[in-house]
Design a protein around this ligand. Structure first.
Ligand code: PMP
Length: 395
């Protein structure tokens, strides 16, 4: 039987799917070779025991049946209050739908914003699932390149030109950014808002790293003038509370958009388990100090990395303002990010993601996930820098 064009073309034809270095590393590990993995965005700590205990208690108390599809009121209220407190935008349960993680929220948001054949803008470098998510709703993904020399802050003029050229109906942004570690400043965000308003576009704002900000402030564009009615914010417990496997996130937006997305959820996910939602509410109630604790190892390792990188001048660091990644410029070695990543894996059994995995704008860069313990992380970074310097002196 023939499969649909939509599903068979979901991944596009971008040549490299970006995962080859990662898969090679996993293959080596399976064959018994130890590899230092600086690839995926997964904490090196587990979900905190009190959250798991709460999950257990809630499950034992009977919250194991179907939960309300939009999310239980208590969690929707908690998320609404949190968003309102952080942004100043009036937010109620009607503005919130609980989803199985941020990824599902991204799917719902684009489903709500786009008709088949509509163009959807997103920024390159990008998180791996973005183009596929856009194709999954039969939209046309249109990347807009950001530049290393701008520390990957998007330029409003580039977005405006792309919006005009394509007649795009939506723009997807992610700040703090995976893979670049960039946090969009006030000027960038205002520029983005202006483009959306001028071109009557939806803004989908992926804010799953909003608790991991090392420099500057996280700005939610929903709080900017004229944006609440056209912004769909994606949030998640995954990164902020080390709950990646619990699959609990949310979408925040105008009440009529949420209502429409609830119909989508009824016909797709059918909601999130009640015991997970109750544990998520408990986790959110632990407050900002707990979130800072979860983020702390990345803040610390970013400091360790900055010191190591400052001692040499072959590898460049894109200012790491947020999220659990570093974007390193290895162009001075003359290698592509992909070739550098392969060479590093072969020579030193250290696995990183090539910048080319995230589109074309981060070519000649590598992404390092700060997701191993401090001592091994420092060792790996020192080895990486020395390796890059060695490549330059061989030239
Ligand atoms: N957006 C970005 C930018 C991410 O990095 C991730 C996870 N790596 C997600 C969304 C999805 O996360 P989840 O579905 O676990 O909330």
């Amino acid at each position: 039987m023939n499969l649909s064009t939509r599903i068979t073309t979901l991944l596009g034809d971008g040549g490299s799917d970006g995962w080859e270095v990662f898969l090679k590393a996993r293959g080596m590990i399976k064959a018994g070779t130890p590899v230092v993995e600086l690839t995926v965005g997964e904490h090196d700590i587990l979900t905190a025991a009190p959250i798991l205990q709460q999950m257990h208690v809630e499950a034992m108390n009977g919250h194991t049946g179907y939960a309300l599809v939009p999310g239980i009121d208590e969690l929707r209220e908690t998320v609404a209050a949190r968003v309102q407190a952080r942004t100043g935008v009036v937010t109620t349960v009607d503005n919130v739908m609980i989803t199985p993680g941020g990824q599902s929220a991204l799917f719902a948001a684009h489903n709500a914003a786009l008709d088949p054949g509509d163009t959807a803008l997103f920024l390159d470098p990008y998180y791996a699932t973005y183009p596929g998510t856009l194709r999954s709703v039969s939209a046309i993904p249109h990347p807009v390149a950001t530049r290393a020399e701008d520390a990957f802050q998007p330029r409003a003029a580039d977005l405006e030109a792309a919006a005009k050229e394509t007649g795009a109906r939506s723009l997807l942004i992610n700040s703090p950014n995976n893979p670049t570690g960039t946090v969009y400043g006030a000027e960038t965000m205002q520029g983005i808002a202006d483009v959306c308003i001028n071109n009557d576009m939806w803004l989908i704002s992926d804010e799953v790293y909003d608790t991991q900000v090392w420099e500057g402030d996280h700005i939610s564009p929903r709080a900017l003038d004229g944006m609440a009615e056209r912004t769909l914010v994606v949030g998640s417990m995954s990164k902020s509370h080390a709950m990646t496997g619990s699959r609990c996130g949310w979408i925040v937006g105008p009440a009529e958009a949420i209502e429409a997305m609830i119909h989508l959820a009824t016909n797709t996910t059918y909601g999130v388990p009640g015991y997970i939602q109750r544990a998520a509410k408990f986790a959110l109630e632990q407050g900002e100090a707990f979130e800072a604790e979860i983020a702390e190892p990345f803040r610390r390792r970013r400091g360790i990395a900055s010191d190591i990188i400052a001692r040499q001048n072959t590898v460049g660091l894109i200012p790491a303002q947020g999220a659990m990644y570093l974007m390193l410029d290895v162009r001075a070695t003359g290698l592509s990010g992909l070739d550098f990543a392969y060479a590093l894996l072969d020579a030193h059994k250290i696995a990183v993601m090539p910048g080319e995995s995230f589109g074309t704008a981060a070519a000649g860069h590598i992404r390092v996930a700060m997701t191993i313990d401090d001592a091994r992380f420092a060792d790996a970074l020192s080895t990486l820098c020395a390796f890059a310097e060695g490549l330059v002196s061989e030239k």
